[in-house]
Design a protein around this ligand. Structure first.
Ligand code: HEC
Length: 142
């Protein structure tokens, strides 16, 4: 004899029908749950991005706008003492090797080998301009 079950509408249904019903209910449930969590996730990602962006802006605001010379003493002088050779090479050939400011800036931002890269939160764009101006007026004739 076929065993019958009572479904939520108080109808008698077979085991197969009942299982099918539960299956589709849980499928809809899982689908909704995953869609919802997808929204929550991307909402969360947006929030994290916004926080990161605010943090970056704050870092730049908090930068000290040191002069070119101050930056040089702080970040370059250990390896290029007064622009001369030390751990790093002399900066005497700077005009011929980096006639363009853009290339020089890119080099300083990126670093090379032993020379550490300088990101915008270490030397901001204003400071980098000042640093370049300082490097350009270094006098090696003395
Ligand atoms: C830890 C040591 C170190 C520090 C700090 C450093 N440099 Fe250097 N620098 C080097 C080395 C080493 C090289 C040679 C890199 C190479 O060609 O492999 C170099 C190369 C250079 C060059 C290219 C010179 C040439 O003739 O090829 C320039 C320009 C330069 N540095 C500028 C700077 C400036 C500006 C700063 C400060 C923001 C700085 N460096 C900080 C070690 C350093």
């Amino acid at each position: 004899m076929k065993k019958l079950y009572i479904n939520r509408h108080f109808q008698r249904v077979s085991l197969k029908e009942q299982i099918f019903h539960l299956g589709s209910v849980s499928f809809v449930f899982l689908l909704t749950a995953s869609l919802l969590s997808g929204c929550v996730m991307s909402e969360e990602m947006r929030r994290i991005e916004a926080v990161k962006k605010a943090q970056r802006e704050r870092d730049l605001e908090g930068s000290t706008n040191l002069t070119g010379e101050q930056i040089f003493v702080r970040s370059c002088n250990t390896c290029h003492p007064n622009g001369r050779a030390g751990l790093g090479p002399t900066l005497e050939s700077l005009p011929s090797k980096f006639p363009e400011d853009a290339a020089l800036k890119a080099f300083i931002r990126k670093g090379k080998g032993m020379m550490p890269p300088q990101s915008a939160d270490r030397i901001n764009d204003v400071e980098l301009d000042s640093l370049i101006a300082y490097l350009r007026q270094l006098d090696f004739s003395k």
